[in-house]
Design a binder for this molecule. Structure first.
Ligand code: 5GP
Length: 206
């Protein structure tokens, strides 16, 4: 029988430095066709980051215009900067039946749940402990000490939201975490929305 499901959303949250992008990259060949939602942010680009690849880097004015125009599915202020998900590319990818992956913070997860709960699956990704996180943030050498301590303060608050997620992935080794991520991505694709359910039943009864 033809698969009726449109798209599905997989929200990933977790502290900066948890290894989310490394895990997605490591698992990318095994999770089928997906669309990674590129967020828009007002934070400055880090060394090695590219506009349109890692983020769309914009000014505060331009971000606030997009808010007014209703262009964001969700947005939040994190570490003193705006971060947001543009609605249109997400809609297009969902219409094309893709798995849409978001790397967004806990506020963004709550907003996506409020708007698109029926097609959303979520995972919280974190290093095993706070000290592992600190070590990783220092090792990647992309942020100064102020930025690192701000991220750690934020992580200490965000960990309390871990129970709001469907899954927790402990990133101890990338290999193991990527394997778990593949399972979560498959589960996200299998989750069905109410609309799909009624379409499925009609077709099944035929
Ligand atoms: P970073 O500055 O390390 O790239 O990201 C900082 C935090 O912002 C991370 O927790 C990341 O998940 C979150 N973030 C990135 N893009 C978005 C977005 O579009 N919306 C929301 N709500 N959070 C985001």
């Amino acid at each position: 029988m033809e698969k009726l499901q449109k798209g599905a959303i997989l929200v990933l949250s977790g502290p900066s430095g948890a290894g989310k992008s490394t895990i997605i990259h490591a698992a990318s060949k095994e999770i089928g066709e997906y669309y990674f939602s590129i967020s828009t942010t007002t934070r400055p680009a880090r060394v090695g980051e590219e506009d349109g690849v890692d983020y769309f880097f914009v000014t505060k004015e331009s971000f606030e215009e997009d808010i007014k125009a209703g262009n964001f599915l969700e947005y939040a202020q994190v570490h003193g900067n705006y971060y947001g998900t543009s609605l249109k590319p997400v809609r297009d990818a969902l219409d094309a039946g893709k798995l849409v992956i978001f790397d967004i913070d806990i506020q963004g997860h709550r907003l996506v749940r409020a708007k698109m709960n029926d097609i959303t699956t979520s995972a919280f990704i974190t290093p095993p402990t706070l000290s592992d996180l600190e070590e990783r943030l220092r090792a990647r050498c992309t942020d100064n000490e102020n930025v690192i301590s701000q991220r750690i303060t934020n992580a200490k608050k965000e960990i309390y939201a871990v129970g709001e997620y469907d899954f927790t992935i402990i990133n101890d080794t990338v290999d193991e975490a990527a394997k778990e991520f593949v399972i979560v991505a498959k589960a996200a694709r299998l989750k069905q929305s109410e609309v799909d359910e009624s379409q499925f039943i009609t077709q099944w009864l035929d």
